[in-house]
Write a protein of this length. Structure first.
Lengths: 80, 221
């Protein structure tokens, strides 16, 4: 089973990289952008066939290592 | 005072920190490797040096915080041990949650390496009693992720407990409340982004950092 985990800054936390990207996109003419958030994606191949168990494990991984929950939030996607 | 310095793969200020401890104690400084799981019994203070532990992969200090020695370090902190974490060492202390908050990418996204003026906010600690309260000192900074962030609740906690140790005069990196260094509740753990070990000898251009090591040594002598 494949886990796709994305980690981004929480709402309200200043994201200077997202801001820089937004400004650069504006300079290319994309002037209708409200916000840009930059984050990380981790693709994890896991030996687990039970989707619930895989998701529970992924949550543990995020809480313990992959995300710093002081400033970051995470999203877990399951791919078969 | 018996000092120890932890070395991670990618640490690069470990020798400077070792020299700084040795200069005041005159004693051999213990070197602890990141794979060690035990801290020697007779250690009074542990220094966590700057650098790029584990290449700063994932987040600065995140991988180091899960290494075997950091499990022991958490036990050492809980037992009331003294810890000085500088730069990457500060990042590791927040990632282990020994200190609250976190260090984010600098506001201007640039790596900053220069002398900065600082204010001593709390001089009633083992680390800072060599300074006057509100004294201005100069220490170098050298970091990409030094933008201290904590939520309002944590900031209130820090101020209520007198746990803000140092602030910047001119905020270089976007740190909330200009915070450059913080203390644990019991004031025995100091995490700071500036490098006192780099301004520890007149031949290095100044001695503003030397007072931290001197203050520690008098505590244990």
């Amino acid at each position: 089973m494949r886990l796709l985990i994305s980690v981004t800054l929480k709402k309200g936390v200043l994201d200077p990289q997202g801001l820089a990207i937004k400004n650069s996109l504006s300079s290319l003419g994309f002037d209708n952008i409200n916000t840009v958030k930059q984050g990380k994606i981790m693709e994890i191949n896991i030996q687990e066939t039970n989707p619930q168990k895989a998701k529970a494990q992924a949550k543990q991984m995020c809480e313990r290592l992959l995300a710093n929950t002081v400033i970051e939030e995470y999203m877990i996607e399951l791919k078969q | 005072m018996k000092a120890a310095v932890i070395i991670f793969p990618g640490s690069n200020c470990d020798r400077d920190l070792t020299v700084a401890f040795k200069k005041v104690t005159g004693k051999k400084v213990s070197i602890i490797w990141h794979k060690d799981a035990i801290i020697p019994k007779d250690i009074d203070i542990i220094g966590i040096p700057g650098g790029f532990s584990y290449g700063d992969y994932l987040r600065s200090g995140a991988i180091a915080a899960k290494s075997p020695i950091c499990q022991a370090l958490m036990g050492f902190a809980n037992a009331g041990g003294y810890i000085l974490g500088i730069c990457n060492g500060f990042q590791i202390l927040t990632e282990t949650k020994i200190l609250p908050g976190t260090l984010m990418r600098n506001r201007e996204l640039k790596y900053i390496c220069r002398d900065t003026e600082l204010i001593i906010e709390n001089n009633n600690t083992a680390f800072t009693h060599g300074y006057q309260k509100k004294q201005r000192i100069t220490l170098p900074i050298a970091h990409h992720d030094g933008n201290y962030f904590a939520d309002d609740e944590t900031l209130n906690y820090l101020y209520d407990n007198n746990s803000v140790a140092l602030t910047y005069v001119n905020n270089p990196n976007g740190s909330v409340k200009n915070i450059a260094g913080i203390l644990s509740k019991n004031k025995r753990v100091l995490g700071m982004m500036p490098h006192p070990e780099r301004l520890n000898d007149s031949q290095l251009g100044g001695t503003d950092g030397a007072l931290i090591f001197g203050a520690l040594d008098t505590m244990f002598s």
